[in-house]
Design a protein around this ligand. Structure first.
Ligand SMILES: CC(C)(COP(=O)(O)OP(=O)(O)OC[C@H]1O[C@@H](n2cnc3c(N)ncnc32)[C@H](O)[C@@H]1OP(=O)(O)O)[C@@H](O)C(=O)NCCC(=O)NCCS
Ligand SMILES: CC(=O)OP(=O)(O)O
Length: 315
């Protein structure tokens, strides 16, 4: 993965991109912003108090004195088509995540990383309302790149859709395969379940069976297999027993979890017990890159996610 970051930095060298970090009151954010500034590859823009942050030498936007706030309020009201009054819009844009998201929407910044001090809902709701999903994508989803030594996997959805339908899971599978490709991972997608190839039958397993069929029809060029238990997706000998002839033979690289419960719990177990580094959640399917952090993140996580976010802006 260290190579991946070197590759990313190399690609970004002449791109002149800026990433907004709305949580200027969090020490981890400031530490990461200073490191990004020192690298000189992407420009961090921190939202916070100019007085408190003056000594850092960082580019700071202060919601209380931002000279372009009136313009942002007008743009926000236009895009929200009268859902908020001007007073409500002004109030919302005092929230750092709304202001940061508007900076991205109006192309004053190329991407946003937040969530060290906010919940996922507080971080992503402005992006869902303002930046919205790409044409043809019905729901955004959140993937993690899981890294340990030379192993790299994509786990999804670990962040957004609480109870995905078969259609949602299929879309998550295709988007996750694209995320894998974008970060140098050859996608082999496992649609996870507690059943392998009909070993159990229930509405939950049927949902994954249907999702697999839909995903295959959406992207016949991608290797997608399901329904698979985790062991059958990652251990060749178990795949040979439980799923002989399946397109994935213990060599899956992209794991699509059947619900947010499974995905969020699964990535944290791999991270905290399995010793994997969890980079993300990387939001997939949005019109511009906005990425959430776990509140348990380190300054290093913020720093790395800022590079990943900038790399998404180039895709
Ligand atoms: C993602 C989440 C915040 C959206 O919830 P919400 O804001 O209550 O959703 P709402 O139904 O009010 O929708 C708000 C807007 O977002 C849009 N939206 C909601 N979910 C979306 C999705 N997955 N993709 C794209 N847009 C979505 C809605 O269409 C709506 O847009 P509009 O205002 O333009 O009509 C919610 O599903 C959630 O809390 N998920 C779990 C997050 C979490 O805690 N994850 C674990 C830690 S990572
Ligand atoms: C991604 C995630 O689980 O975020 P948090 O730990 O902040 O809830």
């Amino acid at each position: 993965m260290s190579n991946l970051f070197e590759e990313i930095k190399d690609k970004l060298k002449d791109a002149n991109l800026s990433i907004v970090l709305p949580e200027g009151t969090d020490e981890r954010i400031i530490e990461a912003a200073l490191k990004l500034k020192e690298d000189g590859i992407i420009q961090p823009i921190v939202i916070g108090s100019k007085n408190d942050l003056e000594h850092t030498g960082l580019t700071v936007i202060d919601p209380n004195s931002y000279e372009e706030m009136d313009e942002l309020v007008q743009v926000f009201m236009e895009l929200r088509k009268g859902r908020e009054t001007e007073e409500q819009a002004r109030e919302l844009l005092k929230h750092v995540n709304y202001l940061g998201t508007m900076l991205v929407y109006t192309k004053r910044a190329h991407g946003l990383v937040s969530g060290a001090a906010h919940t996922t809902a507080e971080t992503v709701r402005p992006a869902l309302q303002i930046i919205k999903t790409k044409p043809g994508i019905s729901k955004a989803s959140g993937a993690f790149i899981m890294v340990k030594d030379d192993l790299r996997f994509v786990f999804a959805d670990c962040a957004l859709t609480i109870a995905p339908t078969s259609e949602d899971l299929a879309e998550i599978a295709v988007e996750s395969a694209k995320t894998a490709l974008a970060f140098g991972i050859t996608p082999k997608v496992a649609m996870l379940s507690f059943s392998t190839k009909g070993s159990a039958k229930s509405k939950e397993t049927e949902k994954v069976v249907n999702a697999t069929a839909i995903a295959k029809s959406m992207a016949p060029e991608i290797v997608i297999e399901g329904e698979l238990q985790f062991d059958a997706s990652i251990v060749p000998a178990i795949a040979a027993k439980k799923a002989p002839g399946a397109a994935v033979q213990g060599d899956a690289t992209v794991f699509v979890f059947p619900s947010l419960e499974a995905g969020n719990i699964g990535y944290k177990i791999a991270e905290r017990l399995g010793g994997f580094e969890a980079i993300g959640p990387i939001l997939q399917g949005l019109n511009a890159p906005v990425n959430d952090l776990s509140r348990g993140c380190s300054a290093e996580d913020v720093y790395k996610l800022a590079y990943i976010t900038a790399a998404q802006a180039l895709i």
